[in-house]
Ligand binder design. Structure first.
Ligand SMILES: *[C@@H]1O[C@H](CO)[C@@H](O)[C@H](O)[C@H]1NC(C)=O
Ligand SMILES: *[C@@H]1O[C@H](CO)[C@@H](O)[C@H](O)[C@H]1NC(C)=O
Ligand SMILES: *[C@@H]1O[C@H](CO)[C@@H](O)[C@H](O)[C@H]1NC(C)=O
Length: 332
């Protein structure tokens, strides 16, 4: 007769419990279990909260904060930051990116910050430390909301896209707190425009992400008359061509220069995916034929076409949370 010892089973259970505790501790924020402050309204688009705080450097910064009706302080959820283009506002960006609408973002928090002087770090004329602002903002939000720290994302249009993909994603700390980045018609300024500012061979400035690889999505119209697809000099700085910018990310991410190209919507949109196997699409570019400097949409503020870039960005973010990306926190 054999007796099964209860010890191994107990050890297993204990290990499981410890594992669960440690992973939970990693990914949930201090706001979990705290009631939502009274001044914060839940609701779908049109009911976002206008909030502000004073940064360590003494600047008052404001933002629109979307809290979905489904928010509960006992369930950690993700957050998407959406940065407006130069000269625009948080309210405009909310309408444009649709991240407060249930059809696009049924579950995550969404936040639309206002840039000082309506612009972001990375613009040739910007002087504010928007990275420091963003990191302070995340600290504040993690205390107020029950956040899943593996699911914090950043997207933006034009100057806001440049801030996401070319500033935050390149920053040693911000790139480790934000899981994935999306840029639409982004302005990815590099060094000063002297001679030899050809978009295809612009010298890329230093970019020092704190992890590798970094998931980056970029969508750009071939007829963009503001931030040209082929790059070149602009406002005293050099803009890389969009392929040059994406290939630089391919090299940085260790997945090389080459991409897999897929024609979508009857070849109106070409998708270029960098990376292979599990990393396929770690860098993804959408080349949108014949479109200008717009946030691509099927029936939106700036565009009525075939391609809804908000939906595509959300799908990308769904795939590349920190715990699911090699080299991210909590992975393996
Ligand atoms: C809210 O979303 C609806 C579509 O669901 C849209 O028609 C409307 O313009 C949006 N309002 C705002 C303020 O974003
Ligand atoms: C993707 O690969 C194709 C074929 O080599 C190339 O023409 C295109 O420029 C590449 N796209 C990017 C973004 O590098
Ligand atoms: C397109 O958007 C406009 C304005 O937001 C709205 O009135 C119209 O119903 C929308 N059309 C479709 C097909 O969704």
């Amino acid at each position: 007769m054999t007796r099964t010892s209860p010890i191994p089973a107990l050890t297993l259970l204990l290990n499981l419990l410890l594992f669960t505790l440690s992973t939970t501790a990693l990914s949930t924020s201090p706001g979990c279990g705290q009631p939502l402050p009274d001044f914060l309204k839940r609701g779908w688009n049109g009911s976002s909260n206008r909030l502000s705080f004073k940064t360590h450097s003494g600047k008052t910064r404001t933002y629109l904060m979307h809290v979905p009706p489904t928010y509960s302080s006992s369930t950690p959820i993700g957050l998407v930051l959406s940065f407006h283009g130069k000269g625009r506002t948080a309210a405009y960006q909310e309408k444009l990116s649709k991240f407060s609408q249930p059809g696009i973002n049924p579950q995550m928090l969404a936040l639309y910050p206002e840039g000082l002087g309506k612009k972001w770090q990375g613009d040739p004329e910007a002087s504010s430390d928007d990275v420091a602002f963003t990191l302070e903002l995340l600290d504040t939000l993690e205390r107020i909301f029950c956040l899943d720290r593996h699911r914090i994302f950043a997207a933006g249009k034009s100057n806001g896209g440049g801030f996401a993909l070319n500033v935050l994603a390149c920053h040693p700390i911000a790139s480790q707190r934000i899981a994935a980045f999306g840029g639409v018609a982004g302005a990815y300024y590099q060094g000063d425009a002297g001679k030899g500012c050809e978009g295809r061979d612009v010298v890329m400035q230093s970019c020092k992400p704190g992890r590798k690889p970094v998931p980056v999505l970029e969508a750009h119209g071939t007829d963009d008359g503001v931030i040209g697809y082929d790059g070149g000099p602009r406002r005293g700085k050099c803009l890389p061509s969009v392929p040059r910018f994406m290939r630089a990310w391919g090299r940085r991410n260790g997945v090389g220069n080459a991409n897999v190209t897929t024609g979508l919507f009857g070849n109106e949109v070409w998708r270029n995916e960098f990376g292979e196997g599990d990393l396929r699409g770690i860098g993804t570019h959408y080349r949108v034929k014949g479109k200008g400097h717009v946030w691509f949409d099927t029936n939106g503020t700036e565009d009525r076409g075939v391609f809804d870039v908000s939906a595509v960005i959300m799908e990308f973010f769904g795939r590349w949370s920190l715990d699911r990306t090699p080299g991210g926190k909590g992975s393996g």
